[in-house]
Design a protein around this ligand. Sequence first.
Ligand code: PMP
Length: 440
Amino acid sequence: RSTVVNAYRELEADGLIESHVGRGTMVNFIPGGEAGEELYLTLPPVWRNFYSSRAGRMNNPFISNILDMVAREDTISFALGVPAQEFHPVEYFSSIISGLMNKEGSALFEHGPTAGHYPLREYLAGYMAKRAIQAGPENIIILSGSQQGLDLAAKVFIEPGDAVVIEEHTYMGAIQVFAAAGARIFSVPMDEEGLQVDVLEQVLARYRPKFIYTQPTYQNPSGIAMSLARRRELLRLAYRFHVPVLEDDPYSELHYEGGFLPSLKSLDTSDHVIYLSTFSKVISPGLRLGWLAAPSDLARQLLMAKQLDDLHCNTLAQSVVNEFCRAGLLQAHLAMVREEYRKRRDAMLASLEEFAPPGLCWSRPAGGFHIWCSLPEGVHAGALLSRAVEKKVTFVPGDVFCANAGGTDRLRLSFSRCSETIIREGIRRFCTVLSKMINT
Ligand code: PMP
């Protein structure tokens, strides 16, 4: 305290501040230099005093922390659910980029339409038509990742205090966007068939939400694929209560058993579904390219919101992805990665069989990147993570995926980024840490 008091005295002696009983201490103007201007004593602003109330709701650094964790090379990370670095199609991209440079040159560095590169939207319309989704290029907006679609939906639909419905555990990036918009978030429980529609019905009747956010296929974090009956029932409820559905579908191409599950959008007969997908899981996340398909009038409003966000997506990235897809390389790439990720999933399941202590339960996803675990009684996922990090293995604790309390006895293991050998070693380490925790 005396240091502070002395500092104040010194500033006062120099005429930089003036103290008034009852009013506090004020910073004085400083008479100017030779030019005779008035100068101010400049202290850096206390930034938080300037923040909006919205900024105050953006307070969860977990995604950035996970992205940072990738940098630690000695740690085996099951935390990040994105493609393996070795699968990025670098050689194809390299030849596509040089071909494009020769063909289009400086045009690749111009601004483009807010809705996105037209040939890519046209390709996506055809691609979705093969999955029975009716959407023309005018219904499609190319996004800076599907994360942007979540943000645009929040901006267009949510007023502080509005209700939105999510699944019991879901993508943390969606929860954060809806929370930042000031939504009241209602979680509906899930079982192995997906969202429990009987509970959904009660929530819709009671809270009349702005939308239902769902990932019906290989949900992040649980890997659950919603059954066809539930998909139909969800739509029936959406129609009955007039509630839009925000369908987030990043993983449906990454199926390891059987074929495609119909998206909600393909089953929607009454234009209630806004469809979101991305190239982040099927090609590479650093492209920052996703897309949405929405009924025309809503697409126009979402477009206005996107315009304020980033004007349009990166022109070069869109052209590269368009060439990649049109050359048939996406389909070939998908066939390769499906096979590789299936092996990685199986390696993780087999290693869990081999090393797991009693009481640990885990899911057996038919697609996607994630295995969802529930911990033996009394083990807290956050405490387990601290110990696991010391033993150089990481995962994401379950509470991160819950909007409200809960999930502390759950965790997500992502198998996409590690080779089968590394997966076995990582699961061995993970299970050793867990066994020690159970026995102490
Ligand atoms: N939705 C879900 C369910 C996700 O898992 C992710 C990525 N982790 C995203 C959206 C955002 O992905 P991107 O912005 O890279 O397309």
